[in-house]
Write a protein that binds this ligand. Sequence first.
Ligand code: UD1
Length: 342
Amino acid sequence: MGRVRILVAGGAGYIGSHTVLSLLEAGHQVVVADDFSNARPAVLDRLGELAGRPVPCVEVDLTDPGRTDAVVAEHRPEAVIHCAGLKAVGESTDAPLRYYRTNLDATFSLLEAMRRHGVDRFVFSSSATVYGDHAPVPYLETHTPLAAANPYGRTKVMIEQVLTDHAAATPGLRVALLRYFNPVGAHPSGRIGEDPQGVPTNLMPFVAQVAVGRRERLAVFGDDYDTPDGTCLRDYVHVVDLAEGHVAAVEHLDVQATPVRAFNLGGGRGTSVRELFDAFCAVVGRELPHEVVGRRSGDLPAYWADTTRAADELGWRARRSLEDMVADVWRWQSQNPDGYPA
Ligand code: UD1
């Protein structure tokens, strides 16, 4: 496939920014659309520096259909990668309407604008959370029914359904549903990475902030699970591998086996909280403060991806190791202890 003009919704965020860079490296043309509600404008400068040319960006609230239409009309993308959305599980339980409205409305605006302007390729940021609490491990894309355990996860299930129904009614539309497992890591330059606002809820950014002294100690949520070391197993995937998964998915859309297709993007193996923590301590060169506390409600003991479909159909697999993930996070965090400049 030749050069494609791609609109990356949420392209200033953690996953979006790494995806933008991989798309540019693959020779595609990119426009970022972001409302900067959970991203810093400085990321665009860093992307420009890494790409060797400025990265065009429109500041836009994608829940506004009129403004979204204007962006699509002006930039005329041939594909849309939709990584924009609210993603904090706890917050989604406290403010479900905000989550449903934001995540669904942004998707509706994009799909309507695409229809009006004849754009028929769409890649969506979904999540392993759609498999819910009862799917057999490793998770397979063919599993049904999808059933997430919280409002954030249910926005992903609902949007997957919306896309399936919309594609059934829209000949020519091609949709890839990328089900991310646990994205971690940073670009090896240390110039872009994850910069959560407030106290991080995810493991890796929390450990990274302990390492630079922004947090006192890691609370390990339970070591009495039925797993080899008693802590939970997750499928961590390096964000640059994940970004390359988006490139593979967008380039594969035209020959995709079905108009709407889900792909697990994970490493295909479980890593425990303790293993990840120990790997981080090793790269920092000292034992970081931590304590074991009670389980976090809603956590599953262990899950990881079956990655056969992404390998067979997209020719994609996660290549970067746990050591790469922690080394790259440490480089990013130690060079940018407070994240991006305000
Ligand atoms: C979480 C969300 C999931 C979302 C994903 C991506 C929950 C229940 N799940 O996945 O829906 O798609 O983030 O953002 O919130 N841990 C600690 N101490 C901490 C933080 C985490 O021990 O301070 C442990 C957790 O118990 C878990 C593992 O680390 O076993 C990974 O946690 P986290 O990074 O929050 O990801 P998930 O819970 O897998």
